[in-house]
Design a protein. Sequence first.
Length: 349
Amino acid sequence: MKTFLLAALCYCVHLSSFATVILQYHHVSETTPASTSISPQQFSKHMQYLKDNNFKVIALSELMQALKQQQPLPDKSVVITFDDAYLDILTNGKPILDKFGYPFTIFINPGIVEHSTGQYLSWQQLKAMADDGVIIANHGMEHDSLARIPEGMSQQQWLAQNRKSLLAAEKMIEQHTGQSWRYFAYPYGEYSPEIQQWVLDNNFVAFSQQSGAVGLATDLSSIPRFPASQPYDQIASLRDKLNSLPFNIHLDAENQKTIFLQGESRSITFNIEVDDFYPEQLNCYISGLGRQKITWQGDEMFTIKYSAPLPTGRVRCNCTAPSISEPGRYYWYSKPWFVLKASGQWYPL
């Protein structure tokens, strides 16, 4: 691992000129499930923190244009997103965002909006928000996981069926709001390499639910977003996320896999292209297992052999390292797994 400060400085000037963070919210309410909620008071504190610390909140479309054209954005750029089109986004969230003049995106399920009983935004409300500059994007027709293939159906059949559903959802969004961005957020954050390729083949870009900053090398089929609702809604947690830098990490085909039976995956190897940190300060934590031992293989590759089998459910490996050239900032990368029971059954949603 090269640690020459001059080289590190040169590299980081280029890298941090494109360090953007996407925040993910659901409810803005005190009466909805805590795991997907932030109170209006705390949400207002988040927005005030962005203003007080000179973060530039930009539209998702501005970020995507820069990524596709490989053009840098100002450092400390932030994108705000919501999933699921809950009514409280309009009643509680939008007035706060309007106060600060911040753009935002809502990923919606058109099938759910179509038969909404009042918990969700209506098409009329979504159209008014779209006319006011809010980006309305695709979260799937009915919030079905793409990774969970029904019994008796091949993956090819399942994806062919979902292609029709995804395109139909996009068409409904365009008909009702006048927008068609072809931005797609994975329901439940669940995906596989095959699904990632399917997304690209259908001319969409996709957003996930694992943590990490966005950089010029970010994969457009699994763009990370930081969850910012409870229990991650405290300002100290938000500060670390907002100041994170993108780790330029690559995985070979075997290590790109995301879906495993419990006990099937025992290790993972990362290829890394950032040298603006000291190897001994790299830390990786796996949810449910804690801090893991890192074994370096040369300057640009490291392996983790799990301290125990990956637990069933949605599992994350978060790797962070403090920047040499930008004290107080951390490189941050997250690798997701979706671990089935040993019997092959999926965990509950």
